[in-house]
Design a protein around this ligand. Structure first.
Ligand code: CA
Length: 232
């Protein structure tokens, strides 16, 4: 059985928390980072996690990546419908990153710039690719990762859930190894601390989520911060 730690923090600058996370026991994890004016971001991320939480348990496990993808597409339709029916919610959307562990395999589905990381043999690897404008430029070699971190357009997403009808969900599965540590988090964490700091905390801490959030707060806490850590 894995050990699970999770928390979300409003940060030091914002008044509301647009992140949402859920832990569907025993081994399914979701983070969502909402966006949109007024309270709309909160609505979008909450609708995402509620739709996923309603849908997945209605299907037999394991929840393969196509099932995880379907849960995100359902949320996409629901959020879009709500956004179109209410002026105040127009343009709202959310990221979605889902990890399901079952019988030695990991399945994931992902849209946006929240992230899934894996620490294995002391090596931290970012499993998901950010659907963001600056990350596209990094992949093309136009920007360095360091330039991307401080780029004025770093919040611009190329894909989000609930904004348009056709979205393309990244999915994959892979084998889990004993001792793997997984991290799901929002950009309020990764914009504040480096991968090196994340790796150090995951390798050494007995309360990793608390330490990750404290480190992000110490570095400014400009955004809502959410993290789920799973120690296999
Ligand atoms: Ca955020």
């Amino acid at each position: 059985m894995s050990k699970v730690y999770h928390a979300t923090h409003v940060g030091k600058v914002r008044n509301n928390n647009e992140d949402a996370l859920i832990y569907i026991e025993p081994e399914t994890f979701v983070v969502a980072d909402g966006m949109g004016g007024a309270a709309a971001g909160e609505i979008a991320s909450r609708m995402l996690v509620e739709t996923v939480e309603d849908f997945l348990p209605s299907v037999p496990r394991p929840w393969h990546e196509d099932i995880l993808q379907k849960s995100i597409l359902k949320a996409n339709a629901a959020i879009l419908r709500t956004a179109r029916s209410n002026e105040n919610y127009r343009g709202m959307g959310t990221t979605a990153t889902i990890l399901h562990l079952y019988d030695g395999r990991a399945y994931y589905a992902h849209v946006g710039d929240s992230r899934l990381y894996r620490l294995r043999n002391n090596q931290l690897e970012q499993i998901t690719e950010d659907h963001s404008y600056v990350e596209e430029l990094v992949r093309r070699g136009t920007l360095t990762p360091e330039e991307a971190r401080v780029h004025p357009l770093k919040n611009l997403l190329t894909q989000a859930v609930g904004v348009i009808e056709e979205i393309s969900v990244d999915t994959a599965s892979f084998s889990v190894a004993d001792g793997d540590i997984y991290l799901l988090c929002t950009d309020g964490l990764t914009n504040m601390i480096s991968d090196k700091t994340i790796a150090e905390i995951l390798s050494n801490s007995s309360s990793p989520v608390e330490e990750l959030i404290d480190a992000a707060l110490d570095n400014g806490g400009h955004d809502n911060i959410s993290a789920i850590v799973i120690v296999v």
